[in-house]
Design a protein around this ligand. Sequence first.
Ligand SMILES: *Cc1c(COP(=O)(O)O)cnc(C)c1O
Length: 410
Amino acid sequence: MSGLFDQELALLRQANLARQRRQVAPLIAPADLSLTDEALRGTTYLINGQPRLSFGSNDYLGLSQHPALIQAAQQAAARYGVGATASPLVCGHSPEHEALEHELAAMVGLPRALYFYAGYAANVGIIPALVGKGDAVFSDALNHACLIDGIRLSRAESHVLPHADLAALESALKASTARRKLVVTDAVFSMDGNVVDAPALLTLCERHDAWLMLDDAHGFGVLGAHGEGTLSYHGMAGIDGVAGAWQGRLDRVIYMATLGKAAGVAGAFVAGEASMVEWVLQKARTYMFATAAPAMIAAPLRVSVGLMRDDAWRRTHLRALQDRLRDGVRQAKLPWALLPSDTAIQPLIIGSNEDALAVMARLDEQGVWVPAIRPPTVPVGTARLRISLSAAHTMAHVDQLCAALAQAAA
Ligand SMILES: *Cc1c(COP(=O)(O)O)cnc(C)c1O
């Protein structure tokens, strides 16, 4: 058996597709940071023991090391203990989880929300709860792996459509005679950073009586005046509820977002029409047959949702960092280009796997860490550096990245 795996592993390495974990820890423990060290919080890590400025995390608002979140987690551990002990449907659902769900629903302006311990589990549970044999799912070619797995598990007929191609989607919807139709898409594409045209998608879904599932893992917290996400970015719903023009039209939307990225903690939620959410609670196997996230995760999430909503400066600063990076890259006249992106995800397309790894290594030598993303995560020939910005970064950090990129290209 080991011979077989050794052979397969050798092939992976030859194709530059073998992955390596790094051991990562904050350079200075968040609890020990002095005021003069604040710029290190959420930005500077020991990576395999070496200090590095990181552009690799999805901590878009810089909340993962926020003192108030750490304190809430500590207090909840003291109040509830550390383990949830069972599925939410048995005895794993605490008052913290219940309050969090109400706060999440209010934030996105939808009737009800249900909290899951992970985004992967949420998608793999939600889709098979909604559709099955005899139904059809229409999926964007660049959708996240867990949406793809959810579709496979559902056993619904799967139609994979070219990325963001509304015309192709429309003809597929028109041709389908399935009982139920579900359109599934990333709301912000995780390796590209572009935002989906949610109003146009919803209009298509109305025309062909389909449901629309949006995975807003990278939009929630980042987009919208209060970080409500992609629906707010498009003026459809948010903290003030469903916008006038969209009243009564969001019933067919299944909104999903994760809480381990901008929210800085862990987990995910699904939100939408109350009976749809109740159905997911009753039917999603990853909800029913998995131990709940501990209350010490739900409690800091409540603090996080409040900060996300109220700290508009985090988003303003993030925008300013995006502009600084785009200007810096332009001025450096690099042989590589950033994809157009309005979000914290700023991918620099390199091309081959070898080149992407080489550029990553040259940045690493200069103390800057940006992960290279290779197939199968992205299409062959589009290996990239996925630069991810965080409100924790300073302008000086972005300048340092641009200088390191110029050096790596020289
Ligand atoms: C990260 C991610 C997920 C998975 O969420 P986890 O909470 O990390 O399991 C789902 N969908 C998208 C688009 C993601 O980027």
